[in-house]
Design a protein around this ligand. Structure first.
Ligand code: ADP
Length: 484
């Protein structure tokens, strides 16, 4: 079985969110199951600076009938996985991956069209032709279209199957329609049944139509994509492809996320001996400039600062909690300027209780996972979510909104606590700050008043196994079904 994984980011090289974690961990796991898998991502500015070895120079990639783009392939490795980097400096030597910090690049359609077409050029360069092209999100959603429309008479490719994994259905890749021809999409495909949405090109829609299989990254999110209210406007579209649509929960890369061996931590710990977690907590308090006291409950949150993550619920709930109780809260994130300003204002209001680190820091994210007692994840929607899974392994009980993958991975404590022996976190449903605050208080009550019970829940959480070793199985089965 040969699989080319094509993605727009990969952990260890360039990362903005969970897609990067999956683009690394899933292929690495597939290798262990004897799949011949390679990964292709763009060579963005920070990667150009690394000067990875060139495997092919002056490769001509054709995107439409006329235009050929001179590209280069470089190569590197992640945990034994060969990663090819597509170098085209006009398109990828830029400040950001998808935007300039404020606005999406206007030519994103062309940039990722090039990535999709380059996937075929890479195969030609390597003389290696996959059974499956595994695409991820809108950035690579054009590949199945190109395979069926541009490569239908090419015997090296036309037996290959395509899988499109939806990591986040809210980002659909809207492109102005005047790019149609330049992207090699004939006007006849610019209809509501294929690429058109609101008079623009919607890349994800085309991907849904042309892929041989589509999967969401959790069964819960799959169900949400099939329902009108929670499908980001594409419910009718997802329902129309139901027979090739599934939900497969992500795994967790315990090679990166394991408190027993995590190098980013000041102390390691395990379910057998949690004492290192207290060291992590006090070190984190010190690092973030908060009073050092292991007895004060510490709540953590790490995220892209976007509306999806529920800051409209969390910020008022945190303000209320901070004014009422002796707690500490740490937030690590970057993104939306309005959310950023609100978090700065909380920090000014509660300097001894609230710390906000604006930015992106993988090491600090590990230390927050380890040093906090409770993790906050009140997302409005969550395709799978990884931080709650990391939190479980780090014994940091998550407070979640019961949606998508959060609901699938965290077992919330009942209001009457009847299920405390099996629960792994705290949940709420209603999209209100009050409901969010209530769940946070429920967590704090157990932490403060029933420490033995809290510890039992920590141990239950730490024993949960979301390893890729298990999570990879449905993908293996899917590849086999598609290619048999
Ligand atoms: P999403 O993909 O929607 O961003 P996930 O929970 O699936 O959400 O994955 C987020 C990943 O990105 C996690 O690995 C998380 O630790 C990481 N992350 C998000 N924001 C930051 C940040 N500011 N600093 C470090 N890591 C971050």
């Amino acid at each position: 079985m040969k699989v080319l994984f094509v993605a727009s980011e990969a952990d260890g090289l360039v990362k903005s969110g969970g897609l990067a974690d999956v683009a690394r961990a899933l292929p690495v796991e597939l290798i262990k199951d004897n799949v011949d898998v390679k990964l292709l991502i763009p060579c963005y500015r920070p990667l150009i600076a690394q000067d990875y070895p060139v495997v092919a120079d002056s490769v001509s990639v054709q995107v439409n009938m006329w235009d050929k783009f001179g590209c280069r392939f470089r190569k590197t490795e992640l945990d034994g996985l060969t990663v090819y980097l597509l170098e085209h400096n006009v398109y990828f030597d830029r400040e950001g991956m998808y935007d300039d910090g404020n606005q999406a690049y206007e030519d994103n359609g062309l940039r990722y069209a090039l990535l999709c077409q380059a996937a075929f050029s890479l195969c030609e360069t390597l003389d290696w032709f996959p059974d499956v092209f595994h695409c991820n999100d809108w950035q690579t959603a054009l590949l199945p279209f190109y395979l069926r429309e541009h490569r239908q008479f090419d015997a090296r490719f036309n037996q290959a199957k395509t899988v499109l994994t939806i990591h986040n259905g809210a980002y659909q890749g809207y492109v102005p329609k005047h790019y149609l021809t330049n992207m090699g999409i004939h006007e006849r495909f610019f209809t509501d049944a294929v690429f058109e949405s609101y008079d623009q090109i919607n890349l994800m829609k085309g991907g849904l139509i042309f892929s041989d299989h589509v999967n969401a990254v959790s069964p819960g999110y799959k169900d949400e994509l099939l329902a009108d209210e929670t499908s980001h406007g594409l419910g009718y579209f997802f329902r129309s492809i139901q027979d090739k649509f599934s939900g497969i929960i992500n795994g967790c890369d315990y090679g990166q996320w394991n408190p027993e061996v995590d190098h980013a931590l000041p102390a390691n710990y395990s379910a057998e001996d949690l004492s290192g977690k207290t060291t992590c907590k006090t070190a984190l308090q010190q690092e973030m400039g908060l009073p050092i006291n292991p007895d004060i409950p510490l709540l953590g949150n790490i995220s892209r600062l976007v509306d999806q993550k529920g800051y409209n619920l969390l910020i008022p709930a945190m303000r209320e909690l901070l004014s009422q109780q002796d707690v500490q809260i740490i937030v690590l994130g970057s993104g939306d300027p309005v959310i950023t300003a609100d978090l700065h204002s909380l920090q000014h209001q509660f300097p001894d209780k609230f710390a906000f680190y604006k930015g992106y820091s993988v090491d600090l994210s590990h230390r927050i996972e380890a040093g906090s007692d409770i993790y906050l994840m009140p997302s409005i929607f969550e395709p799978c979510g990884l931080n709650q899974i990391y939190s479980l392994r780090y014994g940091t009980l998550p407070v979640i909104r019961k949606t998508g993958g959060l609901k699938d991975t965290v077992k919330s404590l009942a209001l009457n606590s009847s299920n405390w022996k099996t629960a792994t976190g705290f949940g709420f449903e209603e999209q209100t700050p009050e409901a969010c605050l209530k769940a946070m208080k429920q967590a704090l009550k157990v932490y403060l008043e029933k420490p033995e019970r809290f510890k039992h829940m920590q141990l239950t959480a730490m024993a949960k196994d979301f390893s890729w070793e298990t999570a990879v199985k449905p993908y293996l089965k899917l590849y086999k079904e598609l290619t048999d």
